[in-house]
Design a protein around this ligand. Sequence first.
Ligand code: PLP
Length: 623
Amino acid sequence: MTINTTDTKDTKNWNSEKSTQLYGIQNWGTGYFRINPEGNVMVTPTGTQGPSIDLYELTQDLLDRGIRVPIMIRFQDIIKSRVELLANCFHKAIADHGYKGEYCGVYPIKVNQQRHLVQDIVKFGRKNKLGLECGSKPELLVVLALMNTENAVIICNGFKDVEYIETALLSQKIGRQTIIVIDRREELFLVINAAKKFNMRPKIGFRVKLHTQGTGKWVDSSGARSKFGLTASEIMEGLELLKKEDMLDCLELLHYHIGSQIPRIQNIKSSLKEAARFYTELYKLGAGLKYIDVGGGLGIDYDGSGFTDSSINYNEQEYANDIVSVLQTICEERGVPNPNIVTETGRALTAHHSVLVFNVLGVNNLYRSEPPRPALKADPSVMQDMQYIFEKMNRDNINECFNDLTQAKQEAQQLFVYGVLTLEQRSWCENMYFATATKMITIAKSVPDAEDIVITLSQELCDTYFCNFSVFQSLPDSWAVGQVFPVMPIHRLNEEPSREATLADLTCDSDGKLEKFINVETGKPQKTLAVHPFSEKNPYYIGVFLTGAYQEILGDLHNLFGDTDAVHISLTEGGYTVDHYVPGDTVTEVLSYVQFGRSEMVDSVRQATEEGLSGYTYLEDPE
Ligand code: PLP
């Protein structure tokens, strides 16, 4: 991508198709997102067809209704589309292969536990018996409260104490299909004791620690050193114990999980091959197995490259086909009935449905079109050197000038530290450096071998757009694991985005910024985003897409920026409805999370603070 140094608008030679190319929206938008001829992002929540909504106009409408940026906009029709897509892929694969088992998906609520979302997932999944997965005692309570689909499976994973296990067991008494997965060998004793206490036949699963590892950011979820799961010898021990207790028929499920966002289908297949061997062996040894639970891991395409860890080299149908065919082949070979297939897909069901929209507050710009006053004879030699570079630089000596400029910059900084340069002189050097670098980029662009100079200086000089959001609250994976999210302006896309910027958030942390963006040409992340020139008179809105999985729930209160306002939107014939409005945290609320009571604070600070306490934690419109 070329990096422009001017903010001249090129409206004539630019259009929404060029923006579509630039931001790669057709690669990651999966039909849900595109750009309309007016240059705004459109959302089509049912997929490529069906009703659409202009995201920019929607944002304006929401602001008019008093909802504040940053806003998390959740499209529940996208959830419906994802839930149906996955089930349909498995039904198709099962029908095409003549597979004898059923598909029983579960949604792991840890991926996003927002009540309205989980309720939607249960509602949209009802006809396909979509169940839920929990990973802790509180999550089990949520699952029991929300899951009312007949015969849908509930999977209990995670660390378990007696209370967790007893609650899970008792839920069987009220008709739930709750399967307790043994993640650590100690848990089996607890389950056996609890079952004896209640005189019940528990539904038990074993989580196996596979040797086969995944790839990607969550690679440590499997392999010998993974946190959860039973080794082959622990599985044999467990089987012996169940046999002794006459409970072999209670072992109904075999589970594994090789990590989230698996980028390559090859890893999905190879881990399943290993797991299928465990399944068939256990079956032959007398276990009452009915289900194989392949865990999560179905990835989504955050960057559209097809080869990075933020992308995938397969689609949902290929995922389903491969799972069905591997299981069928190995089960047939061993004469074992086809198991029902449980998936614990979270990310691929929820990521697409949320878009974070925020406004830009201001810009820090280092490009200089004019140099400072000319250096005088009396000025230190470093200033004269810089003046010389600025004047004499041309296409032939560009490499030499680049090296000299870099050296002069370092020298100026050192001379200031040694007390040789005054503050005024250091400021002159700084301005001259940026003016020279600006001119150098323009010249270097016309020199075939000077691409490195263009990239290095453009990255150094790129704008910083200060934005009204917190990376830590709304996009923690971008900070924690370097996840690339699709980011782009949601309007003005008929106008050339002639600036390159990094996006800084409101926190006072130097990590609080977005510096990894999609580069469609190379497929590898780039440090800057192409944006439009910003003017304070015209609000400028940026959207971060595919944020519905993990981000909200992992987000934290760094600098006490709380939850953003959130709205649940569904599309109607010719319009939309706001099904739920979930106001973001107030200052009072976030202060109470760190044990500051509103009344004590109001007592101890001036009345003027009162107003601030009812405010939104993000920057508000002065009006
Ligand atoms: N199941 C288990 C045991 C997990 O640890 C996870 C998350 O890593 C999931 C399911 C969900 O995975 P994903 O969101 O990749 O589908």
